[in-house]
Design a protein around this ligand. Sequence first.
Ligand code: KG4
Ligand code: ZN
Length: 359
Amino acid sequence: MLLAIETSCDDTSVAVVHRGRVLSNIVSSQRRLHAEYGGVVPELAARAHLRNFLPVAQAALREAGASPPELEAIAATQGPGLPNALLVGFTAGQSIAFALRRPFLGIHHHEAHLYSPWISGDPPAADFTAFQPNVSLVVSGGHTLLVHVYLEGSPRAAPADPTARGQDAVVTLHRVLGSTLDDAAGECFDKVAKLLGLPYPGGPELDRLAAEGNPAAYEFPRPLLREATDDFSFAGLKTSVRYFLQKHPDLLNDPRQVRDLCASVQAAIVEVLVAKTMRAAKRLGVGCVTASGGVSCNRALRRDLAAACRREGLVLRLSERSLCTDNAAMIGILAERKFQQAPAPASFDGEISPRWTLA
Ligand code: KG4
Ligand code: ZN
């Protein structure tokens, strides 16, 4: 059994995983705490993690029916994330590992998101052969990544990655194809929602209003849609909404026009995400597309990705809604896999890496 901890932003989460199965996954969201500030306040997030950590960890052990001596390893998010928030979970994890004399693993938050579509459903996470080469979209408040995920040793594998040498099991590898040049997709949702006076976090609220609006009512830019790059850029879209509202301030007083605006902005974001994901999938000849991260809860994104994959004959794996946003289960599933692959026990000399980028 492995205990996993996630405290990179505003969710305190602890999970217990065993052989690819999630025995418990407790998430305590700080959403309400930050709502009155309109965004995550790092200092408050760290203090709340400190307050929440022990009750959340105890609940995770209780729900899993696990006792500390049964834990074979401990893992925690090492980065990227808010430094003080990361420190709480990472230090707690190291301390537990030290006290129990167990190995400790620091995990990359975005790499863990790649695993969340495989945690539940069919086939389950333990069956990693289901990781046929795929293109993975990771869309969150802090990151927008397009990643090529493949198996070393499988007949359909991409060229060997030097970091995998020396490991003889089938290894899941990844290569980042593109990322955002400025704002993340979730940040764009949240900032546009703020311009519209919607409560934080704006993404889910904008999604809700957009469902009743006309996506063709207003035309907003589709940044980098046609350019031959897998990178994204959403800052310009947010700015164009700001200019639009400066020109049409009365629009905010009409709920119907607000819904149309939400639907139109959402359509622009979703079209870019879906088109670029599908283009990369076709170029690389993969048979599967996956999506994870908070924005992958978005209903229009899920619907349009599903339609595009159906058209192209590709398998689509979406994270279960509860696993789209930050959670420790994804940290644990990845950590367990790393733990099984790396014979040497992880050491305690790691430090948090708030700016760690996925290669
Ligand atoms: O993965 P996550 O919980 O945290 C980060 O690692 O950032 O993602 C949070 C982000 C926020 O920007 C939130 O507004 C967005 O995901 N989000 C959504 C939806 N649900 C969450 N964006 C659009 N539509 C949604 N339904
Ligand atoms: Zn995340």
